[in-house]
Design a binder for this molecule. Structure first.
Ligand code: SF4
Length: 313
C-alpha cells in the first residue's frame, strides 16, 4: 500500500507519573485502521517513543491485549516513522529513544520495520543513532537472524520471555511452539554484538504462574546461555482478558531477589501508563470493538501539553 498521509491523531490520553506524564496516542491511518503509540517519560526529562509495527498482532501472547483480535495488517515504514514524527510534533519534543514495543511483532513485518530503521537512522531522515533504537521481539528466530544480517551492531535488541520453561512458554507465548527456547537461545547466541552489548530480556511477572522457584532457575540458565543481558521484570497489567492478577510488592521483590541471588542482572520496569491501557501488553485494548479499526476521526487535542516534569527538568 502506498502511503501518502502521515498518521493523524484521533485521540490522546495522558497520565502523570514521577518522571513526567505518559501520553498514549491513537493514530488513524489512511485506510481507516488505527494504531497506538506511547510517549514514555524517562528520568532526566526525556521521552521514549514506543511505536507500533502492525495493526493488531498474530502472535496471541496470553498476557497481551494487542493480539486478542488477531492481525489486520503490517504497517508500512512511513506509517511507523510517521508515529514518531507526529507524536514528537504534538508534544513539541524530540524523542530520545525509539522502541518497537507497541502493537505487533516487529520481526513479523521485516519490510516495514527494516525500512523504518533506515529512515530513523538516516541523517536526512530522523537521524537517530542505532544505540537509541530498540527492537523487541517475542522470539522470532528467523527474524532475529535477518536482523543480525543487517549488520547494525549498535542497535539494541530485546526479547519478551515471560517464561523460560517450554511447557509454560508454549501456553503464554504460542510463538514458542514454532521456535522453542533452545532455538531462541541459539539465535541470540549467534546474534552479532558490539562490545558491552547486553540483550534486554523482558519478563512479564504473573504471580502463581511464572514466579516459581523453577522459573527463577530457568531464567537464570537462559541468561547464562545467551550471554550478557539485563532482565526487566514487568509486573503483569491485567487487561480486558486477564489471565492472572497484578503481583504484590512482596511478590515482585521476592522475584527480583531470587534472580539476583542466581547472578542475574535484573531490574524492575517502572509501570507507566497503566491507567491509560498504555502499559506493556495493553496497547490496542483500550477501545471497544476491533482494535485495528479506527473510530470516526475527531479533531486532535491540540496542542498536547508536554508533561510538567519534563518541562521543569
Ligand atoms: S506481546 Fe507482542 S508479540 Fe505478543 S501478542 Fe502482544 S504485540 Fe504480539
Amino acid at each position: 500500500m502506498a502511503v501518502t498521509e502521515r498518521p493523524r491523531i484521533l485521540s490522546t490520553v495522558s497520565e502523570p507519573g514521577p518522571a513526567g506524564g505518559t501520553v498514549k496516542f491513537r493514530f488513524g491511518l489512511e485506510d481507516g485502521a488505527a494504531v497506538e503509540t506511547v510517549a514514555v517519560p524517562m528520568f532526566g526529562g526525556t521521552y521514549t517513543a514506543c511505536v507500533s509495527s502492525q495493526v493488531g498482532c498474530a502472535r496471541l501472547c496470553a498476557f497481551c491485549e494487542t493480539g486478542t483480535a488477531g492481525l489486520s495488517r503490517n504497517l508500512a515504514a512511513a506509517e511507523i516513522v510517521g508515529q514518531v514524527e507526529a507524536a514528537a510534533e504534538a508534544l513539541g519534543i524530540r524523542f530520545r529513544n525509539v522502541v518497537f514495543m507497541g502493537m505487533g511483532e516487529p520481526l513479523d513485518n521485516p519490510e516495514g520495520v527494516f525500512g523504518a530503521l533506515e529512515v530513523l537512522r538516516d541523517p536526512r531522515g530522523l537521524s537517530y543513532a542505532q544505540e537509541r533504537i530498540t527492537v523487541c521481539t517475542a522470539g522470532h528466530v528467523e527474524g532475529i537472524r535477518r536482523l543480525g544480517a543487517l549488520g547494525l551492531r549498535r542497535l539494541n535488541l530485546s526479547v519478551s520471555l515471560a517464561a523460560a520453561r517450554d511447557e509454560l512458554r508454549d501456553r503464554l507465548m504460542p510463538i514458542n511452539r514454532i521456535w522453542p527456547l533452545a532455538d531462541l537461545a541459539a539465535a541470540l547466541e549467534a546474534y552479532p554484538r558490539r562490545r558491552n552489548f547486553a540483550f534486554g530480556v523482558n519478563y512479564c511477572l504473573i504471580p502463581g504462574l511464572n514466579d516459581l522457584p523453577e522459573d527463577l532457575d530457568a531464567v537464570a540458565a537462559f541468561t547464562v546461555r545467551i550471554g550478557r543481558s539485563l532482565v526487566n521484570v514487568i509486573p503483569y497489567n491485567p487487561g480486558r482478558h486477564p489471565i492472572g492478577r497484578t503481583p504484590s510488592e512482596p511478590e515482585i521483590e521476592a522475584f527480583l531477589a531470587g534472580l539476583a541471588a542466581r547472578g542475574v542482572f535484573v531490574r524492575r520496569r517502572i509501570e507507566k501508563g497503566r491507567s491509560l491501557m498504555a502499559a506493556c501488553g495493553q496497547l490496542g485494548g483500550g477501545s471497544a470493538g476491533n482494535p485495528g479499526k479506527s473510530e470516526s476521526p475527531t479533531a486532535p487535542e491540540s496542542p498536547v501539553e508536554p508533561p510538567l516534569a519534563s518541562q521543569a527538568s
